[in-house]
Design a protein around this ligand. Sequence first.
Ligand code: ADP
Length: 615
Amino acid sequence: MNKVFLRAYKEIFSDYKRLTIISILAGFFSAIAPLISIYFSQAILNEITSSRDINSVIGFIILSLIIVFVSQVVGGLFSYLFTHEVSNVIKQLELKRNLKMTKMEFQYAEDPDIKEMRRRLTIIGFGGSPTIERLIYDMRGILFNVTTIIISILILIPIFTTKSNSVYDSPYFFVAFIVLLIIFTVLPSIVSQKQNKKITEMFHEINHANSLFNYVSNILFKAEPHKEVRLYNQKEKISKSLDSVRSSDSPLNKMLYNMLKVFGTIQYTVLVASMVLLLCLYLFLGLKVMHGNLGIGYIVSGGAALTLLINVMPQFIEKLTMMFSSSAGLEYHYEYIDLPNQTQIGSIPVEKRLDNNYALSVKDLSFMYPKTDKVVLKDINIDFEVGKVYAIVGENGSGKTTFIKLLTRLYDPQNGEVLLNGISADKYDSQQYFSLFYVVFQDFDLFSFKLGETVAAASDVDIERVIEIFKEVGFYERYQQLEKGLDTSLNTEFDKNGISLSGGEKQKLAIARALYNNGSIFILDEPTAALDPISEFEIYQQFNEMTQGKTSLIISHRLSSCRFSDEILVFDEGRIVQQGSHDTLVNQEGKYQELWTAQAQYYQDENIDTDLLGI
Ligand code: ADP
């Protein structure tokens, strides 16, 4: 057996013991009920035709009814438990894969190849290659098959081994029968295994078609993209994309067509072959019974046991051969699960300081994103003074967000270092280092939980603190309109009475979340882009008061907000090209003046009260 299969089974047996036991019992009990019926039918018929003892016939009938009833009830119970347990385990597996995203090195979580790999795992059922889910589903089936095969053979053996001198008791019949049975059941399995191999070879092509199909279906499923779909008349483009997957010459459909063709032929051949085998067995049994070498009951049990064998053997062999054939599905799973986790390189604890005296500095920092050759940050040097508010400005793509990712250690620089109180940031315990920062990213996410939980980022919510912060970020009025207050759900995914917030309201909440959690270093990356200028002005005023004594970094495109900062860092093509206060920089020829003039011009054109904005 392939190594990766062994690993998967080992994991299933050790992590999901309950499921393993239930699968064995469910498979065994579902198999024995029909076999017991067969055995007792044979015994009852033999009894009627031989001793004709009415008491033992009645005894057999009652015993058979009781055993069949009990095994069916127990089998049904375990099958129910199996279905329940499987759905639990499948959810756990899915959770494990999702949690992996949070544990892996951050660079992988952002990598489009890894995202594709993760997406692939949700659609991997195709391609004839088993997944862990498939192995779990099959456990009961394998046990069912093994039990049926063993007991059917036990029922069939006496048919060939009655002791008499008749020609029908020749062991050659038994050997011939077994050989024919194996040929008729193994042959189709070998062919289907070959077919599976072919399908696996096409797997990558199919995968692409599946990803496209899922992506497009997802667009149609979600509510938000429908604005763009309608306004940009994307219906035609979407239909074409779906057609390319759906059309008869798409790889997916070609594969399905080939699969159906080959499997159809195999099934047809198996059916004809098994009918021939069954006919031979009935002929053999009839002759044996007619010559008085066998009880008449064996005609019933022999035929039924053989029919069961013919049905079950190919399924069993197919499951076995699957384990020796392609392991692509499992390999994809483990390739993803084995991606390196965020390494805990440092171990120094971050000193707890009530005075928030955490001095950040950056020395000779340069950085390129993995798998790219563009230097995004070049020779950055800066010492942040504790308690100051820094504004970071620069054109799109000048490296501002990347700089934040490096400061917070989401990425490690190729050159240079980030220092906290003079010690290289990577020497610190990473979790403790992370918890110094409260960051509102440009593309922040507010999950669809309750309002209070979202702001507290926890289940325990300090209601008074949340309300105080709502007042400060300008969300209090909106909050007062909510019937369920902090228990109001955000969005309507899980609660049809949830609220849909505007972009500006969401930003206020994201800022509230950062303030509630009382970090020591605040970073706001374009936090107010969706706010109107007046709300922005108010937020910055409050923000300055609330973050007194703590270092804050604010990336903003609205240069008016720089008025609130003590110092401005101007980024251009990955370098800090200017540094100083607004008053100094605005009067200095350079990037800042250029950006400022362009923006002031806009506000004047728009006739906005520039006094209020400080322009
Ligand atoms: P800014 O915040 O100033 O707009 P960014 O730091 O987001 O700029 O981006 C700087 C450069 O790095 C851009 O050229 C951008 O395309 C590139 N970049 C940003 N994120 C990634 C990423 N995850 N992988 C590769 N390149 C990236």
